[in-house]
Structure formats: C-alpha cells, structure tokens
Design a protein around this ligand. Structure first.
Ligand SMILES: NC(=O)c1ccc[n+]([C@@H]2O[C@H](COP(=O)([O-])OP(=O)(O)OC[C@H]3O[C@@H](n4cnc5c(N)ncnc54)[C@H](O)[C@@H]3O)[C@@H](O)[C@H]2O)c1
Length: 396
C-alpha cells in the first residue's frame, strides 16, 4: 500500500500574505505532502473564515495555540507531521517553541527569530526534543546552488580567497510602510522584524548562500547599516565586510533601496584556480571562469562528469537529481519544493524511529538559523561602533 501523504499545518498565511503561496505549492508538489490544517490569521474569526475559503478543504483553527495543543488528541492519520511557520519574524519564536515541545517537526521561515536569546532557546529545545527543524533559506533548493557547493567544497576552484554575496532589491526605496502596505509595515518595525531590517530580511539569505556553498564561516565583521529612507528606524542598506574562517575575505551586502533590482541574489566565489558566478534571477546555470580558458556555463540537467573540469566521480545522486530536462526551466517554486522534499525525508525517518540527518546539507537547519541571527546582531553592534571589527559569537 502506498504511504499516506504527510499532514502539514500552516502558521500564518491569510489575507493576502506572500510567502505562504510558494510554500503551499511546494508542499503539494510531489503528492507526498499536503496542507491539512492552518491557523492563518491573528484574529480567530478571520483565521476561521480564511480557512473556510481556502482553495481546497483544510481544518481551520482560530489560533496556532489551538492547532498545536489539539494535535495530540487527533487520530493518527490526522495528526500533523510538521508545521510551516510563515508569519512575520516576531511570530516565529512562540509557535516554533510550542510545536517543538509538542513533538511536531517545524519548517520555519527565516530569519529564525528576533534575537540571539530566542535563537539560543530554540536550538537548545530542538536538541532536547530531537525534532526535525528546517529554516526556509529558499535558494539552497536550486540545483545550481547544490552543484556550486560541490564544485567549491571539492576544491575544484582551489582555496577560496574572496566571496561577494549580495541580495539587492528596490521595493523599499520609498516610505512604502506609510501607505500601510502589509509586507513593508512589519519589515520596517524593529519590534516585529528584529534588530536589522534589510539585513535580517535578505542579508541572511546572502550569508546562508555563502556558507552553504563554501563551507566557510564568518568570524569577524565590519558593518555599515543605513536606513537611507527618512524616518525609517531600521536599515534599508546593509554592507558587511567579513573575515572568513579560512583567512579569506567576503562582502555580504543587501539593499532594499537599489531601484531596478528585484530579487537579485548573486554569489561570486573567487578561488586560487578560478571563479564561480551564480544569480538567482537566472537560476538554471552557473558559470565557471578558469584562467586562460573559455568560460564554462553549466546548465541544470546538462552536465557530464569527466568533462575536463568536473571529475568522473562527481556524486551520482547530485547529477541524477534534476527530474525535468534542461531547457524546461526550474525556478523559485521548484527550489522550495526541493527543500520540502528533503525535509519530508527527515520527517519520515524520524517518525519511523530512525536516525535523521538534519545536518544542513539539504536545507538550512536550526544551527544555520542561529548563525543568521548571530550575524545580524554582530553586524548591528559593529555598525553602532562605526564599522569596528567585531567578532561573531562562538557557535552554540
Ligand atoms: N524564504 C524567502 O524567500 C522568504 C520570502 C518572503 C518572506 N519570507 C519570510 O516569511 C515570513 C512571512 O513573510 P511574508 O512576506 O509572507 O509576510 P506577510 O505579511 O505577507 O504574511 C504574514 C502572515 O502571517 C499572519 N500572521 C501574523 N501574525 C499571526 C498570528 N499570530 N497567527 C497567525 N497568523 C499570523 C498574517 O496575518 C499574514 O497572513 C517572514 O518571516 C519573512 O521574513 C521569506
């Protein structure tokens, strides 16, 4: 008999919310997971109305407290296998902690939470309860990110000297929050977004992309955070010069005032033998530059190990992973689906009582989420000291 699809509960996502949409598509992508329940809005009445109007039948709850607390008493085939937290940053900690303590796996949007104190609690609680926990760093789900990780970590471009990781947007170049626009309103409010606006929102993606592909950590930062928009209490422009754990250097920057840039996440890794370049707005290919050689452009699904650059023994599972031929483009939703697929595999192992490996190789784990928050707090401190070099806290 085929296995039943995993039951997924949503925390947040009603009334014109943004990131719930790609998540719910990605959850249903393979037919092996489905959304069965949701607490979609802070007001219980609206939450229930929104659930009743959901495009397919789900069980609505008036609050995530009810959804999480009620889970244990449901029949086994209706119990939630994991929850996806898609609320603004200030509503990550509480539902995450409650779900972990109730023994429900959690896939949480980034940034993990508001501050390092909360992040410490979440990491400790995940470890104590041994529950799968993922952080939705979407862009790790692109196959080209996976192959970039292999290329750099296998040393095919030599020792990493320099990384330029940037995420540029232009949509907050004016005081959009004054119009009441929902996504702008909470992102520019320190109580709801955390200590950094642009850095927490998209700088954490740029950091994660660097760490995931290179395997290097940031050890010290010199940061300049600027609001630029008058009256905005948080940065809209985030520039951080970084010392890397191998002695190399990096620039991690993010901007929401760079008019014309949409979701321009770009990674450039310069090693002693060559450079790798990747952009999420064109996520189907990655470019390799080797000195005195023609450029190589690797397209997802059209890569042959043993081609003079990629070794013959490049991991077969990585090479086999793309399921649709190149030229039929994969993008944002496929990246999310790949993360949910990998998270599902861990949840199924965990439910079967087997060891699961939430080691950060397939999706960002709770420690990665912690590092994002540590990076933000350290960058804020450095910027307050006019860019003074400031050490990252020791890993938890
Ligand atoms: N990984 C990515 O690429 C990516 C992209 C965008 C946003 N995000 C993250 O996703 C999260 C949500 O961002 P968004 O842009 O979708 O926000 P949004 O404002 O569009 O949606 C947030 C939703 O949460 C609901 N909500 C708020 N408090 C709630 C509560 N107590 N109970 C139930 N629902 C509640 C709101 O009503 C709304 O439906 C943020 O943490 C953001 O940083 C990640």
């Amino acid at each position: 008999m085929s296995k039943r699809p995993l039951n997924v509960g949503l925390v947040g996502g009603g009334k014109g919310a943004f990131i719930v949409q790609p998540h719910q598509k990605a959850i249903h992508f393979d037919g092996t997971r489905r959304v069965t329940a949701a607490a979609l809005f802070p007001d219980p009445k609206v939450a229930l109305e929104e659930a009743a109007n959901w495009p397919y039948p789900i069980k609505g709850y008036g609050s995530y407290d009810e959804m999480i607390a009620g889970n244990a008493s449901l029949p086994d085939d209706q119990k939630l296998d994991y929850v996806v937290i898609v609320t603004p940053n200030h509503v990550h900690y509480d539902p995450a902690m409650k779900a972990i303590k109730a023994g429900i796996a959690v896939f949480c949007e980034k940034p993990l939470c508001l501050n390092l104190k909360q992040a410490n609690d979440i990491v400790k609680t995940v470890r104590k309860h041994n529950v799968p926990f993922g952080v939705a760093h979407t862009y790790l789900g692109h196959w080209t990110t996976r192959v970039s990780r292999y290329i750099i970590r296998a040393g095919l471009l030599g020792e990493v000297r320099w990384v330029d990781s940037s995420y540029l947007q232009g949509w907050l170049a004016t005081k959009l929050e004054a119009t009441g626009q929902m996504q702008a309103a909470w992102r520019t409010n320190p109580k709801l977004a955390g200590g950094s606006g642009c850095g927490g929102d998209i700088g954490t993606h740029a950091l994660m992309q660097l760490r995931y592909v290179t395997g290097l950590d940031v050890t010290k930062v010199s940061a300049q955070l600027e609001p630029f928009v008058e009256g905005r209490p948080l940065d809209a422009h985030f520039t951080v010069y970084c010392q890397l754990s191998n002695g190399g250097k990096a620039l991690v920057r993010a901007s929401q005032i760079s008019i014309g840039h949409k979701n321009d996440l770009a990674l450039e890794v310069a090693g002693t033998k060559g450079t790798l370049r990747w952009r999420q707005e064109e996520p189907e290919s990655v470019t390799i530059h080797l000195a005195n050689q023609p450029d190589r452009v690797y397209w997802r699904g059209a890569v042959t190990p043993g081609d003079g650059f990629l070794p013959k023994d490049a991991p077969a599972d990585l090479m086999a992973e793309p399921t649709i031929p190149s030229g039929h483009p994969e993008a944002f939703h496929d990246a999310y689906a790949r993360l949910h697929r990998c998270f599902e595999a861990d949840v199924r192992k965990w439910k079967a009582g087997e060891a699961f490996q939430s080691d950060g190789s397939k999706y960002a784990n709770v420690e990665d989420g912690w590092t994002g928050i540590a990076f933000i707090e350290t960058s804020v401190k450095s910027s307050q000291k006019k860019g003074a070099w400031t050490a990252m806290p020791k890993s938890i």
